[in-house]
Design a protein around this ligand. Structure first.
Ligand SMILES: C[S@@+](CC[C@H](N)C(=O)[O-])C[C@H]1O[C@@H](n2cnc3c(N)ncnc32)[C@H](O)[C@@H]1O
Length: 294
């Protein structure tokens, strides 16, 4: 990171007291971000981007957005800054048991059907993937649901992969520590079984129990990559509330790649405001934003 000295070429654009992105810098940034991680940043997102980059500026000690962009796009800048840039541009909103009907369908319909379709004697664990897992609330919800099902069906084994492009949320996910308020969306019996309260009561934090943390393997994966290194034998994919940030060609590409990872008969769950639009994909609808691989 360069020192914070400001050259005249990088004078900040100041109006209404805030430092703004120069139009050329906004264009460069939005093109780069779209190409790298698929997130579309139309001009209407400019204020949002500026606000988030200002947070990053404070961490770097650079004086203004123009200096930041000059640094970013000069030789070697992206190598150093890419991970942080992606951390600030991603929106990581999530919660435990978000869109709860999906977890009901998983427990009551998808898992029983997947088990029924298995060859007699097969002991292969079911493979679940949370493909934009944010801080872990979604994959730990999956882990709780699978653990509960396992209490009734001891033969049920499962592994859960959880990936995201944002390293900050992945670090939080691996720790598995959350504000106690966030755990309130977990049904009480499950909260008592799978969440530990912080010993320091003033902290108002909970932590996922070690047994459940061990169930989930976290890793960084960019859904814009051509191949997803998770195998082609996934039984259940949750890819929720991320396609909305992508344009149509990117959505189609990602959906096609997800299909390539799903076993025939496997399930894909999208966010409630997402759809397959009119893409031609080997998927049949089986519930509200739930699809089965043909
Ligand atoms: C709004 S959150 C959704 C989290 C969770 N799936 C849910 O529904 O609660 C979207 C997540 O997608 C991640 N993301 C954005 N672009 C991505 C990409 N190209 N590849 C993988 N993850 C991405 C973000 O970092 C963010 O954590």
């Amino acid at each position: 990171m360069p020192d914070g000295s400001m050259t005249s070429a990088a004078m900040p654009t100041l109006s209404s007291g805030f430092d703004h992105l120069r139009p050329r810098d906004f264009d460069r940034l939005s093109k780069f971000i779209h190409g790298y991680c698929g997130i579309k940043l139309p001009p209407s997102k400019r204020t949002m981007l500026e606000g988030r980059l200002r947070r990053r500026l404070r961490e770097t000690g650079l004086p203004d957005l123009a200096t930041y962009c000059n640094f970013l796009f000069e030789k070697g800048g992206l190598d150093e800054e890419l991970v942080h840039l992606i951390d600030v541009v991603t929106t990581n909103k999530t919660e435990f048991f978000r869109e709860p009907s999906h977890f009901q369908f998983l427990a009551q319909t998808a898992v029983p059907r997947l088990l029924a379709a298995r060859r007699t004697g097969s002991v292969r664990p079911l493979k679940l993937w949370s493909a934009a897992c944010s801080n872990g609330a979604e994959p730990y919800t999956l882990a709780m649901v699978m653990a509960e099902l396992g209490l009734q069906r001891p033969e049920l084994q499962s592994t859960i992969i959880a990936t995201d492009i944002c390293t900050e949320v992945l670090e939080a996910a691996i720790l598995g520590i959350y504000p106690a308020a966030m755990a309130e969306s977990i049904p009480l019996a499950l909260r008592q079984r799978y969440m530990m309260k912080s010993k320091i009561s003033a902290r108002a934090q909970v932590r996922v129990v070690p047994g459940l943390r061990r169930q989930v393997q976290f890793g960084r994966l960019n859904l814009m990559d051509e191949v997803y290194p998770v195998g082609r034998d996934i039984d259940v994919i949750f890819c929720r509330n991320i396609l909305i940030y992508f344009d149509r060609p990117t959505q189609e590409l990602v959906l096609q790649n997800l299909c390539n990872c799903l076993n025939p008969g496997g399930y894909l769950f999208l966010g409630h405001s997402e759809s397959l639009a009119d893409f031609v994909l080997p998927l049949a609808p089986v519930g509200n934003t739930i699809f089965r691989r043909l």
